[in-house]
Design a binder for this molecule. Structure first.
Ligand code: ADP
Ligand code: DP6
Length: 347
């Protein structure tokens, strides 16, 4: 009972910020993202009666108890759905910096949801995979699909109507997303903790909810009409509104660092010179810069010249999650995943 799957990360254009149910990962608001081509996770899952407990190998290293527990809790949901009670060996390789604000948790849980449901024998469509991925990390539900994706918040208390669906293929409108790394260290306030503190204590949180659904409608319309200026404007404003809520939290916090402001400033400067370019920022100091492909070389050159910028990864819209065969693996993923390919037993 084994399967292998690959899923790409996504960057939120309209942010998911706040949960109405923490156990089921139900969001306060709907959100919108682009799945990215350059960053992805490949995960293999093998359920076997010979395993005494779940094991999780990440990037070639067996993880600690806390990380393994997160995977076990997630697998429990898959086991309950399938009515199967077997432990699993999970091995995963991130082709994205882990825990550095580049959404490894999104590609990680989307790949795990697809590989685990396939390995356990569930024959389900992507919308159910999305619902399951959501319960590992909310933003992971969007990584099940490629291109432009909306996560409809839903209203049902059991979360049955809270999952992602594609709104437009990536090939239908190519955009350039430059992921600008200014700090690769693990974040101080995890997104999960940051959004909870904000919902619980920030007087600005209700202001966030007042306009986010309207922002989403504007962004969706801009995507359908390929209106980059309108999309960029609403995306940047939405990110700033999300970050504004953190300053009102108790204790207050911000994800911005000096280098974050340097990149924001450079983007505004390029815009003042007539280049259509916009930024967005998730729960960390790194900045994602959006522009059209014809301007990406210039934008990359300007950003690379900022002394506080460490590296820049150029991304475009990427594909949805897929089941893979072991023979299709290559390079580092193949080496690492095969290293922990259990199956010496005959069960
Ligand atoms: P990021 O910005 O990379 O998403 P987070 O701190 O939000 O950073 O999430 C990192 C967490 O996501 C890890 O501690 C781990 O629990 C989970 N994660 C990362 N990669 C994987 C993976 N390949 N499979 C399953 N879970 C993963
Ligand atoms: C700011 O999906 O990482 O990146 O559901 O608690 O795992 P959990 O949170 P997570 O939060 C993402 C927050 C965000 C915005 C977004 O991706 O929509």
């Amino acid at each position: 009972m084994e399967a292998l799957a690959k899923a790409h990360t996504n960057i939120a254009l309209i942010k998911y910020w706040g949960k109405r149910d923490e156990t089921l990962f139900l969001p306060m608001n709907s959100s919108l993202s682009i799945t990215l081509d350059a960053f992805y996770t490949t995960t293999s899952v093998e359920f076997c009666s010979c395993l005494k407990s779940d094991m999780f190998v990440l990037n070639g290293n067996l993880t600690n108890e806390e990380e393994t527990k997160k995977i076990s809790n997630f697998l429990d949901k898959v086991r309950a759905l399938a009515g199967v009670n077997l432990h699993a060996m999970v091995s995963s390789v991130n082709n994205v910096p882990t825990s550095a604000g580049f959404a490894s948790s999104a590609s990680g849980f989307a790949a795990l949801a697809l590989a685990a449901t396939k390995a356990i024998g569930l024959d389900i469509d992507h919308s159910i995979v999305s619902r399951i991925a959501r319960q590992g990390s909310g933003s992971a539900c969007r990584s099940v699909y490629g291109g432009y994706v909306e996560w409809e918040k839903g209203v049902a208390a059991d979360g049955s109507d809270s999952y992602a669906s594609p709104i437009m293929d990536g090939e239908a409108w190519d955009l350039s997303i430059l992921s600008v790394m200014v700090d690769s260290r693990n974040k101080k306030v995890l997104s999960r903790e940051g959004m909870k503190r904000t919902v619980d204590t920030s007087p600005f949180y209700s202001g966030w909810l007042d306009t986010v659904e309207e922002d989403l409608e504007i962004a969706k319309g801009a995507i359908i009409n390929r209106d980059f200026g309108l999309l960029g404007k609403v995306v940047e404003a939405n990110a700033l509104k999300m970050h504004a809520t953190t300053l009102g939290a108790d204790p207050p916090f911000t994800y911005f660092q000096g280098a974050t402001l340097d990149v924001m400033e450079a983007v505004k400067q390029m815009r003042a010179e007539g280049v259509p370019v916009y930024f967005t920022i998730d729960a960390g100091p790194n900045v994602k810069v959006l522009c059209q492909p014809e301007n990406e070389a210039y934008v990359q050159k300007v950003l690379a010249a900022i002394p506080t910028v460490q590296s820049i990864y150029l991304c475009h819209p990427g594909p949805g999650a897929k089941v893979l065969s072991r023979s299709s693996l290559s390079g580092t993923s193949k080496k690492m995943l095969n290293q922990f390919h259990h199956h010496s037993c005959t069960n």
